[in-house]
Design a protein around this ligand. Structure first.
Ligand SMILES: [Zn+2]
Length: 392
């Protein structure tokens, strides 16, 4: 109860600063002494500060002392290591992005690449005037199989990474003393889209990601479900009947070998869709212009994704299924056949409350998810709100 009241008060201060103690009591329906006690704790912890005196209330009396959320209480960093581009974001305690950096994903060994990332993070923190001791943590999103508990990237073929201890390497390159949380693309996107995007307010959501890789991020009862080794949701490696292409995971006939962006582009080329430098964008443009072969390739991809989605829907019964990745950006050319396949293949009872939506944050969902994970895992913040030893 105490914890709940504390986060209730903090939430009001966060979103309605500057605000007086009396206004907080009114807003939260808590008794004034309760609010005052909580505010004193938050002041002592540094989450909230007093910023002077407000206008006298119309009832007369002493003008109230106004409070505001201390947005510089702590900072979180999000890193998205993409196949081509790496993004770094420094956010304040409210999650507001202060610095956003974009660079080519560094080459060389994983250790060298992460050392370069650490350098950029360090520079970004300096630019944001964020002291290291106020760094809550770093969230990292990588395209591959990740064990989040160990902070290890098990396999990221497009980066050439296998069993890379990302959390340890990055923490070490930062000089130690920093918590690093690692997730894969679909998981990071699922967190971001559930908290701030297409699945906002949903308790049970699934994000199906179809880009260079294919995978799903699963949210159960508002929490990311990574499975025992972080592999939950790896639908890209569902076996597809009649397909014998070797997958980057080492197995044969994986879904990813037929519906990823490279697979769709290859299928379009094989179907005679024109252009020297065929990309997903040019395939979509050709389909939009009425090219039947291009249209068919995208329909097939949407249908296959929809079949995989129908398994997820029957398995997890989400209320929102978010489709992310470059294929989601192809729009209805992919989403219509996907929706149709889900409607045909999933149980009607499983889709009765289901809404299928494209992602809302787009490619930003990756680095945003990394930031949000770091914020959620902030030990200081959690201790101040929920811990007994809040004054330490
Ligand atoms: Zn595979």
């Amino acid at each position: 109860m105490r914890e709940l009241n504390r986060s209730l008060v903090l939430d009001v201060v966060k979103h309605a600063s500057p605000i007086s103690r009396a206004a907080i009591a009114k807003e939260t329906h808590l008794a004034k002494p309760t609010v005052s006690a909580i505010v004193d704790e938050l002041l002592a912890g540094g989450l909230v500060r007093e910023i002077g005196v407000g206008a006298t209330t119309h009832e007369g009396g002493r003008p109230p002392i106004l409070l505001e959320f201390n947005t510089r209480f702590e900072f979180s960093v999000g890193v998205h290591v993409g196949v081509h581009v790496t993004h770094v974001v420094v956010a304040d305690a409210r999650g507001e992005a202060l610095i956003q950096r974009e660079m080519r994903t560094p080459g060389g060994s994983a250790a060298e690449a992460l050392a370069r990332v650490a350098e950029i993070v360090g520079q970004s923190l300096t630019t944001a005037k964020a002291p290291r001791r106020r760094l809550a943590g770093i969230g990292v999103c990588v395209p591959g199989l990740v064990d989040p508990e160990a902070g290890v990237c098990l396999l990221a073929p497009n980066l050439g990474w296998r069993d890379v201890p990302v959390a340890d390497l990055l923490a070490e390159a930062m000089g130690g003393g920093v918590a690093v949380h690692v997730h894969n693309t679909a998981q990071a996107c699922a967190v971001a889209e559930t908290l701030e995007g297409a699945a906002k307010g949903s308790k049970d959501a699934v994000l199906l990601y179809a880009g260079t890789g294919v995978g799903a991020g699963i949210i159960i009862d508002e929490r990311l479900y990574p499975g025992s080794a972080g592999i939950a949701g790896e639908v890209g490696h569902f076996r597809v009947q009649g397909v014998d292409t070797r997958c980057s995971c080492g197995k044969v006939g994986c879904l990813e070998t037929v519906v990823s962006v490279p697979a769709v582009v290859a299928a379009a080329r094989a179907a005679g869709v024109g252009g020297d430098k065929l990309t997903l964008e040019t395939v979509v443009a050709a389909a939009d212009a009425g090219d039947a072969a291009a249209r068919q390739v995208l329909t097939d991809a949407g249908h296959r994704l929809g079949t995989a989605a129908s398994w997820l829907v029957n398995l997890l019964n989400p209320d929102v299924l978010v489709i992310g990745g470059a294929l989601a950006e192809a729009g209805d050319l992919v989403l219509d056949p996907l929706r149709q396949a889900v409607a045909e293949d999933a149980l009607p009872q499983a889709v009765s409350r289901l809404s299928i939506r494209p992602w809302m944050l787009g490619q930003d969902a990756k680095v945003r998810g990394a930031v949000l994970v770091a914020m959620q895992k902030s030990e200081t913040f959690v201790r101040l709100i929920f811990g007994a030893d809040r004054r330490t």
